[in-house]
Ligand binder design. Structure first.
Ligand code: ADP
Ligand code: MG
Length: 230
């Protein structure tokens, strides 16, 4: 019981903090986006610079989405849920993470998934969750032979999405703390990535399972109910 109260208090503090931080960050980002939009107009004859500007604007938009997630943690809002195939969503997450993975010399292998089933999700949130997990996988790797295997399979009325890395792995204690707000072992970690991810997948009636071995690697499995399009 005491643990539950402590946890509830932590969540309360987190939601207040995240709402105010999100608000403070949103304003300068909106300004930066506005100037970038102007710049994009100015450089429209230069294909490269025009493309770079678009990328910057897209990334600012993505950052805004992440902030929205912290905000919606405080105030659950109505989200746009839709029926989507999982494979394009997985591809999109890989595309977003590829530059970061290259930087760290990590290979992301995605297995083709022919009968990509439909799941009922909010696209942005689903992508964010996949990106959060892929990012952790990339960051867990400290050798030159980093490999992330990204695949999916059908399991009765459910689909399993697997993210396997050959990184540092975790002890049982570390696995148990994963997803706790602000729990991070990284110098520049927020300790919010997995918490947001758990919350997102739960809102899709799904589940996140973690299995890990210290020194060997980690397997994260997201399970989601399969839907029939209607
Ligand atoms: P952050 O990445 O900001 O630290 P997360 O919530 O994403 O926050 O992860 C919390 C902690 O869980 C990480 O700091 C790390 O110690 C551990 N962790 C998460 N994913 C992995 C992984 N794939 N391999 C090893 N450790 C991991
Ligand atoms: Mg993380």
């Amino acid at each position: 019981l005491r643990e539950n109260i402590q946890r509830a208090e932590k969540l309360q503090v987190l939601s207040e903090l995240s709402a105010s931080v999100a608000h403070e960050i949103r304003n300068p980002m909106t300004t930066a986006r506005g100037f970038m939009q102007l710049m994009k107009q100015e450089v429209k004859d230069n294909t490269k610079l025009h493309f770079y500007s678009s990328m910057i604007i897209d990334e600012i938009d993505r950052a805004q989405l992440i902030i929205n997630d912290f905000l919606s943690f405080a105030k659950p809002q109505v989200e746009k849920m839709e029926y989507v195939e999982i494979e394009p969503q997985m591809k999109q997450a890989v595309d977003i993470m590829t530059p970061y993975a290259l930087l760290k010399n990590v290979d992301i292998q995605m297995s083709p998934f022919e009968n990509s089933p439909l799941v009922y999700v909010s696209k942005e949130k689903f992508t964010q969750c996949l990106v959060n997990i892929l990012k952790n996988a990339v960051e867990s790797i400290q050798t030159d032979e980093g490999l992330i295997q990204f695949s999916a399979s059908i399991n009765g009325d459910y689909t399993d999405i697997h993210i396997r890395d050959n990184g540092v792995g975790m002890t049982t204690e570390e696995v148990n703390r994963l997803g706790e707000p602000f729990y991070s072992t990284k110098e520049k970690g927020t300790g919010l990535g997995m918490m947001v991810c758990h919350r997102i997948i739960q809102s899709f009636q799904g589940n996140v399972a973690v299995s890990s071995e210290k020194g060997k690697g980690t397997l994260i499995t997201i399970t989601l109910p399969i839907h029939q399009a209607s």
